[in-house]
Design a protein around this ligand. Sequence first.
Ligand code: G3P
Ligand code: CA
Length: 236
Amino acid sequence: MLVIAHRGASGHAPENTMAAFLRALAMGAPAIELDVHQTLDHELVVAHDDDLKRCGRDKRRIKNVHWDDVSGLDVGAWFGKEFTGERLPRLEDVYDILPPSVELHVEIKRGSSVYPGIEERVVDLIHKRGASARTVVSSFDHAALYSVRSLDEKVRIGYLLGLTTLQTAFREMKDIDAESLNLSVRQTLARTVKAAHDRERKILVYTVNTPVERDRLLKLGVDGIFCNYPELNLWR
Ligand code: G3P
Ligand code: CA
């Protein structure tokens, strides 16, 4: 079962920062998940929320600001004094620091309806970095996934279920050849795992932070979990 460091090692360092990604790397995480938004001047920035209130003490929406307006923001101090000075990363910066052996799960938070052209920029970056084999693009915004597929017939796609019915999900996953169905813990039932596996799709589950939960999902036969503590890979 693949253990994917959710927003980096976000149990140990501020989520979606270089500190969290490097911590995950140091802990031996084979895969890292992160979230992507886009600034007004089209920079792909790594953050979970659509504003920087929670992590950067800045109320503005990412879609309304220029990269220069937010590149100097401190996005580490909220987590702990020792992380003061952590900056908002761009997606390209993350590709620069992580070795090719680490699989990256890039969640596009919203597609072109909110961030014009974001799918094309993500796919372009994957191409420029020669990162097709190591990157899985995921989203709750299924229109964005359709766009990603139309831009590249080979890019790896993870389909985040959200409120979509399973019937629709499996139809759309077939359309866009998504390799995994990504579910919350609560959505993960034995019959759902079977239905995905019958269709040769993987099941990846978020967010799993205890050995008990991990072991339950392992027994269910899920293929991977997103967790804030990469050491979950080692605990037995
Ligand atoms: O990709 C799995 C998980 O990250 C989706 O939820 O809110 O943590 O981005 P969220
Ligand atoms: Ca995410």
